[in-house]
Design a binder for this molecule. Structure first.
Ligand SMILES: CC(C)(COP(=O)(O)OP(=O)(O)OC[C@H]1O[C@@H](n2cnc3c(N)ncnc32)[C@H](O)[C@@H]1OP(=O)(O)O)[C@@H](O)C(=O)NCCC(=O)NCCS
Length: 201
């Protein structure tokens, strides 16, 4: 018996196109990762703040290059999609943004991001998140994007709010970090939520 409800995003929608580069306001470009970005990824993971909120550690540039290899392979498999956020003029990596846990049939995915310590406080994460979300809704056909952050991670909560991700509640003791279990705020942006623009410096 066929399913009554068609897939929201048809399988192959991502795999049948090149992973796009997406411009974001304020001279940013969201582009696929390159093996040459490995030193920047390694540098980002030496930051204690990033280490606090991230489950992985990078012990060497080679290890970071291996992650980039996995990130590049994820696109045609339509399970996750990973982009570098770069300065559109110099191509310098200023952050990372991803769609994770992609469920094309349900039209849903989860967003994740970090920025280089030297690039923080300039609205880079909200601008990248808004541009990627617009692409996911308007070009790829997603319906709902979720975002979770530890309730103690106030900077990430600000990114969510500034990017039009509405708070939906707290998932108790939902993520294990190096320092123990954390309550997680759930935010989401739905296709058709009011117009949203994170503008930047
Ligand atoms: C959370 C994070 C992605 C924000 O990126 P960003 O590009 O600095 O985003 P914004 O410039 O919009 O700043 C967000 C908030 O960070 C704080 N902030 C501002 N300047 C900052 C600085 N120089 N350094 C650190 N935090 C700063 C402020 O609270 C700001 O909110 P406000 O604009 O309402 O004042 C970044 O801090 C980061 O990578 N943190 C470590 C990894 C992480 O937490 N990832 C998210 C996991 S859910």
């Amino acid at each position: 018996m066929p399913f009554k409800i068609p897939d929201v995003v048809t399988a192959g929608t991502l795999a049948h196109q090149e992973q796009p580069a997406i411009p974001a306001p304020g001279g940013l470009i969201i582009r696929p990762w390159s093996p040459d970005d490995a030193p920047a990824v390694y540098e980002a993971f030496q930051d204690p703040v990033l280490q606090h909120w991230h489950p992985r550690e990078a012990d060497s540039v080679d290890e970071a290059r291996g992650w980039i290899d996995d990130w590049r392979k994820a696109w045609p498999e339509e399970r996750d999609a990973h982009w570098a956020v770069a300065d559109a003029t110099t191509d310098e990596v200023v952050g990372r943004i991803s769609l994770r846990h992609i469920m094309l049939g349900d039209g849903q995915a989860e967003v994740a991001y970090w920025t280089m310590p030297s690039a923080r406080g300039r609205g880079i994460a909200p601008r990248a998140l808004t541009a990627l979300s617009d692409w996911a809704f308007d070009e790829a056909g997603f319906h709902r994007l979720e975002l979770t952050h530890a309730t103690a991670n106030e900077a990430s909560c600000r990114v969510a709010l500034k990017s039009g991700f509405t708070p939906e509640g707290t998932k108790r003791s939902a993520a294990l970090h190096a320092d123990g279990w954390h309550d997680m705020h759930l935010h989401a942006r739905i296709h058709g939520d009011g117009p949203h623009r994170a503008t930047g410096s």
